[in-house]
Design a protein around this ligand. Sequence first.
Ligand code: AMP
Ligand code: MG
Length: 330
Amino acid sequence: MSKKHGKHKSGQSGDGAGVTEPSGLSHGQVRPPSTSLWVHAADEIAGVAPGSVEAHGSGAVAAAPGIAVVAPGTPFDLAGVDTAADGGLDKDWTKEALREERARIDALQERLYAERRRSLLLVFQAIDTGGKDGTIRAVLKGVNPQGCTVASFKVPSAEELDHDFLWRYHARTPGRGMIGVFNRSHYEDVLVVRVKGLVPDAVWRARYGLINDFERLLAESGTTILKFFLHISKDEQRRRLEARIANPEKHWKFDPADLVERKSWDSYQEAFADALTRCSTPHAPWLVVPADKKWFRNYVIAKTVADTLAAMDPHFPDAAKDIADLVVPD
Ligand code: AMP
Ligand code: MG
């Protein structure tokens, strides 16, 4: 796999990479946890409201530096992303900064819950061992469980297969006031399903448009959508699989089927690239996260979630009039 260290290519100049660079960190530079750029960008997503979806043509998002935002409709060069990028951030600093981002998420989530008007959906996709479980634990640790739902999607049941492919996902979308997390998602139906040929080509090909319509329905109904693709290298997957095999405490996570799936690595990369390209939209952009370094991955995702919530700017509802004058009876 070819790797470019430092900056991702810009997709705006027609070079075909399909990447909009947020604002690359130069090597050795450590940024404080907040930048106005990120907050402003988040506003672009969070501002999506009924009737205004099409107006957000640029698809700017609250992506932290180091995360690539896939430009809608532009072929995305996954192999051109340095999966080991860390933006020059210091690992120890990042751990402390991650705690701060979690505290921000927790505080903003309380407001979102109290406001009970809108919701946030976090979608995580990755190849096997890509880090979906670890990211969810690291980013959402400390968030009030009552304001959060997590749905992990496995091989569909017979009942699920008796319905349209989006049925089981729609049923698990977050209600008003909630943060919803999809550990795997409706994208499996254009990923594993495509790679393994579980349905005819014409069926999965039609799904990209259906997925875009589904996500637009959610966006127009008050759900802000952040889709994270955790991008690891094939070498990193080998290391992680070997670590699972070597450590008895990780055996429960080891699935021999992952070794079989690894043989289809290239087909998965192709399927991922197509999904990113076809389904990155102004109302639900795809964010590609260099994910070989778990500490970097966790921090930039937490930062992105916190900034997006901040831009949504949830408010506590107005208290009933004169509540401060009330007296609790004996
Ligand atoms: P894991 O997330 O490692 O527990 O594994 C869940 C498994 O379910 C993976 O092998 C996925 O590829 C598979 N899976 C998830 N969604 C679908 C789907 N829609 N169709 C077929 N397999 C799926
Ligand atoms: Mg697995």
